[in-house]
Design a protein around this ligand. Structure first.
Ligand code: UGA
Length: 462
């Protein structure tokens, strides 16, 4: 089938390569000439595992091409996927200007019986607006609206797109459904579940899914606060809860909270949409508040341990909003860096992929090439993103280079058992801390650590 994809961001590009992989003829278009130039050379504009290879494979097979010329991309298309950005305005409302501009382009250049599919995450009711624009500007164009929300995760995007938990299609005509079924035939034949519904339900289901996942994370973070006071371990509490299939273990990892381009924007957009209907959805405001609190809790631990932050040097390992991406948008690690900088600390960060993006976003941040360079002279080290490469830290090397042996684990990445006897003060999130036993040596530690003031803990270690 002939497919046009408008917008080559994360969702758009993955849509391009996966439909090409399924054997369709795909043209991707974008208003960003630099991006199109990179893509036509087979270069991905951002890091996503497997994406660049897939772009190269599909473009050389002739099934995928990229163009700045949206009119040319639209003229033959049987299906058009709208994958443009829907960023949040200051009040949380989704900014749908790019959706409207795209609808105008489709109205002018598409041919009759085109199926117009929203893939961008949009508030319920957006398809009605797109339809009105198509009717006003389409000069009698016959078209079929549909919604096909995307549930892919950055870092796992190609896998999620080719092996989806569900394919959701919101349609209003048999034609639209038939076209989408044919388009997804290879995945449906492989057993992917298809949920067919009306357009508004499909639109709302995407916001509801992301908001619920954010809610699970905020719940885990609220529990972490309680566990810290009760002397319990939030990770095991989550394991026990998650063993119940009605709850599920996923997205119950306490830490610095959620970030990225989707959760913060989608929670705010769902809240804004419900407020517009007269229902303020206070639960979502609490989810947002708890997410901010997760970052503040780590800053508070540092303040407690280090006393004044002015002049203290703090290393943050991991700057991306999560591992396996170079994306720093709404990264909790950067939110922490901002708080620490505002308190007068020097902040140095490192990240396997996101260092450049982080520096652009936060120029005051110092960058280091690796963990040990970041730790050099630091009074504390914080795990900001759970990159697997940070798991195998050489603790003795770290102790040699750091000013104070203090680790605050904002992602519960390290195994507390590895910290016992290391001489480090180790503060995970929602789990009992590990503190060096200094009782045997009067006036100093028997493991040679230089002493740092330890955060006040309401209960002693077991
Ligand atoms: C999210 C959803 O998971 C996808 O299903 C959805 O399609 C996508 O948004 C979107 O709307 O496009 P993504 O933003 O790539 O995907 O990232 P996630 O893997 O969901 O992680 C989001 C944030 O939550 C990260 O900052 C992560 O560190 C944090 N998180 C996740 C936790 O703090 N705890 C957890 O237990 C899980």
């Amino acid at each position: 089938m002939k497919v046009a994809v408008i917008g080559t961001g994360h969702v758009g590009l993955v849509t391009c390569v996966t439909f090409a992989n399924m054997g369709h003829d795909v043209v991707g278009t974008d208003v960003d000439s630099e991006k199109i130039e990179l893509l036509t050379r087979g270069v991905s504009p951002f890091y996503e595992p497997g994406l660049e290879e897939a772009i190269k494979t599909e473009t050389s097979s002739g099934r995928l091409s990229f163009t700045l010329d949206a009119a040319g991309a639209l003229v033959d298309a049987e299906v058009v996927f709208i994958c443009v950005g829907t960023p949040a305005r200051a009040d949380g409302e989704a900014n749908l200007v790019a959706m409207e501009q795209t609808a105008s382009q489709i109205a002018r250049h598409a041919h009759d019986d085109v199926v117009v599919v929203e893939k961008s995450t949009v508030p319920a009711g957006t398809a009605d607006r797109v339809r009105t624009t198509l009717q006003r500007e389409g000069n009698g164009l016959r078209f079929h609206m549909a919604s096909n929300p995307e549930f892919l995760r950055e870092g796992m995007a190609i896998h999620d797109a080719l092996e989806p938990d569900r394919i959701v299609v919101g349609v209003e005509s048999a034609w639209g459904l038939d076209v989408l079924r044919r388009l997804y035939a290879p995945l449906l034949e492989a057993g992917a579940p298809l949920i067919v519904t009306d357009i508004r339900t499909a639109e709302l289901a995407k916001h509801a899914s992301n908001a619920f996942l954010a809610l699970k994370i905020s719940f885990a973070n609220a529990l972490a606060r309680v566990c810290e006071h009760a002397g319990a371990d939030v990770t095991t509490v989550a394991d026990i809860m998650g063993a119940d299939p009605r709850i599920g273990r996923a997205f119950l990892n306490a830490g610095l909270g959620y970030g990225g381009y989707c959760f913060p924007k989608d929670v705010a957009a769902l809240k804004h949409l419900s407020e517009r209907f007269g229902y303020p959805f206070p639960l979502l405001s609490e989810v947002e508040r708890l997410n901010e609190e997760a970052v503040e809790a780590v800053a508070a631990k540092l303040r407690e341990a280090l006393w004044n932050l002015e002049g203290k040097r703090i290393a943050i390992l991991g700057l991306a909003f999560k591992p396996d991406t170079d994306d720093v948008r709404f990264s909790p690690a950067l939110a922490l860096a901002r708080l620490l900088l505002a308190s007068g600390a020097q902040v140095v960060g490192c990240d396997p992929r996101a260092a450049g993006g982080a520096k652009e976003e936060l120029p005051e941040l110092e960058l280091a090439n690796d963990v040990y360079e970041a730790a050099m002279g630091a009074h504390a080290l914080v795990i900001g993103t759970e990159w697997p490469e940070f798991r195998g830290l050489e603790l003795s090397h770290l102790r040699e280079v750091m000013t104070y042996p203090l680790i605050v684990d904002g992602r519960n990445l390290l195994d507390p058992a590895d910290l016992v006897g290391s001489g480090f003060w180790y503060y995970p999130t929602g789990r009992p801390p590990v503190i060096p036993d200094t009782s045997r040596a009067e006036g100093g530690s028997d493991d040679g650590s230089r002493s740092a003031p330890a955060p006040r803990q309401p209960t002693p270690l077991p």
